[in-house]
Ligand binder design. Sequence first.
Ligand code: SF4
Length: 181
Amino acid sequence: METTPLRALADRVLAIGFRCSRCGDCCRGTGTDGSLVLLGREEVERLTRRLGLPLEEVAEPYPDVVEFRGARCRLGWALRRTGEGACRFYDEVGGCSVYEDRPHLCRTYPFMLDGDRLIVSECPGIGGPLDDVEALAIASDLILRRGAEEEDARAIRERLASTELRPGEDVLIDSRGVYRL
Ligand code: SF4
């Protein structure tokens, strides 16, 4: 029987193993990758709708700045953080307060796909017990995340190429539009 890409990816995840230890390091921003969670425009809109919060309480401009035609460009959004760098939805007692609605990145951490390459971030949960159903769910979320990120990156590249930018201005560009900051 032919192995599907989903099954093959689930088998790779299963072989590595993972069990969240609920240490909270990734959400607090104390882990190696901090709590910087890239959000696509669709995710920003889904979260604002589901949580009934304004955009600025859900997301912040992605911190990296790219110089393009003399303008300073932020290419997308990140999940809003507290002044200490923790995710604003992390609760020290209860953990993630938006667990059912958490973004793609949180659903798949510490795994990510770069093309077909499976990247694993440092995390105390790596190597933990994982059953087949959980591995399939992670693999499915990884494939969804890769598709959403690739689509978002393509739309941002197109918008960047077709936007008139003024030297010295600060802008945020996402898949839906250009925002002067
Ligand atoms: S949304 Fe939830 S899982 Fe994601 S970083 Fe914030 S607290 Fe952690």
